[in-house]
Design a protein around this ligand. Structure first.
Ligand SMILES: *Cc1c(COP(=O)(O)O)cnc(C)c1O
Length: 388
């Protein structure tokens, strides 16, 4: 049985007529850059997220970059970021000649450790960038408390977490100063190419974000600040508008898949419960934990990825590949051990939780249209490998 990591075709087939019509409408209008589709999408996203403003941008990476520009990050400023995330989180800091300062992650949620943020704060610290990794909100109460105490900004990387809810019901990405989201096709809400959006409740930041997106101009050809071309295509906005009403349903399907994986791993004796952090005979597989599950909010985890940890991770991955089961390693090298950051002077052992995650994590297929038979097959094959 073939089990791909992600198959976007069934989702497209289920909405083909609406999507094709929406795209055709944009083509008919020949209005490709920003315009009414982007404006309507921004209003719908802001209304969904319950923020005052949303601004469509060219990608999730550019969402992070423009957010840092909006809070006026200057060369030499320090921004605290988790060392275990997708590279964009740190890359955008360096692109502004600011300095990414790394923090370790929580061993259960993989999200930034608030106590580590406080340790890294200096006079140069301007902001912290929590990432809502794999579709679950970071511990925002603790992050906000540290940020407020030290008067630094909070830019949330919600690229993997649009629609995920924090324990109080607020959406991940709407709690700090600016939330950044990606519409990359593999995210829970994906467009037909690159795209993203930023959300904020601050009118001042909103106005600045809109200017920065258009080379820093409010009035065409008059430039008050230096921005860039961070615009979103109308075609992408039209696709997002068709898909947004289905987002909660897709996230629920991912949660159902995660629940099935969890049940099967426990039934097979490979795991004892969710959220364990070290291997033993009853926990050959460490399965993820939705820490806000009992808060009564449906979207407590949107499982952009379902991450297990296993000791012989690379051998297991090879075995799964031989059995036509796709998997992926997110992320094999934390930022502090990346070649491009050697000059920052970190070493192996500096961030044990992140290094543990990087060494043992494996992402299993979790997309909404996966069948029960496919998930059962994946767990059976993992059991077979472990018992070998
Ligand atoms: C995908 C992702 C990004 C970047 O988004 P793009 O749209 O691919 O530029 C940033 N941060 C995280 C955590 C991501 O997963």
């Amino acid at each position: 049985m073939k089990v791909p990591l992600l198959d976007l075709k069934p989702q497209y087939q289920s909405l083909k007529k609406e999507l094709d019509e929406a795209v055709a409408k944009v083509i008919e209008s020949q209005y490709f850059i920003l315009g009414p589709e982007v404006k309507a999408m921004e209003e719908e996203i802001a209304s969904y997220l319950q923020t005052k403003y949303a601004v469509g941008v060219s990608s999730g990476t550019d969402a992070l970059l423009i957010a840092l520009m909006a809070i006026d990050i200057q060369p030499g400023d320090e921004i605290i970021v988790p060392t275990y995330s997708f590279f964009a989180t740190a890359g955008v800091v360096s692109r502004l000649n600011a300095i990414p300062v790394f923090a370790d992650c929580d061993p259960v949620t993989f999200n930034i450790l608030p106590e580590d943020i406080e340790k890294k704060i200096t006079r140069k610290t301007k902001a912290v960038m929590p990432v809502h990794l794999y579709g679950q909100s970071a511990d925002m109460d603790a992050v906000m408390a540290v940020a407020q105490k030290h008067n630094i900004k909070v830019i949330e990387d919600g690229a993997q977490a649009i629609s995920a809810q924090y324990k109080d019901g607020r959406y991940a990405g709407t709690i700090g100063d600016i939330g950044c989201y990606s519409f990359f096709p593999s995210k829970n809400l994906g467009c037909f190419g690159d795209g993203g959006v930023v959300a904020t409740n601050s009118q001042e930041l909103y106005e600045k974000l809109v200017m920065l997106r258009m080379h820093g101009s409010k009035i065409k050809y008059y430039h008050d600040i230096i921005g860039g071309n961070f615009r979103l295509d109308a075609l992408q906005a039209a696709v997002i508008r068709v898909k947004l009403p289905h987002l909660n349903k897709w996230s629920q399907a991912r949660r159902d898949n995660a629940a099935l994986y969890t049940k099967l791993f426990i039934e097979k004796g490979l795991a004892s419960e969710s959220g364990m952090t070290s291997f033993d005979d009853n926990n050959k597989v460490l399965i993820p934990k939705a820490v806000y599950e009992n808060t009564g909010h449906k979207n407590h985890h949107i499982y952009n990825q379902f991450i297990i940890r296993v000791e012989k991770r690379d051998e297991l991955r090879k075995f799964l590949t031989e059995n036509e089961i796709a998997s992926e390693i997110y992320y094999p090298v934390p930022f502090h051990l990346q070649t491009c950051y050697l000059e920052l002077g970190y070493k192996k052992g500096d961030f044990p939780n992140s290094e543990f995650a990087a060494d043992y994590s494996l992402a299993l297929p979790i997309y909404p249209e996966l069948s029960e038979a496919q998930i059962t097959f994946v767990v059976e094959k993992i059991a077979e490998f472990i018992r070998k």
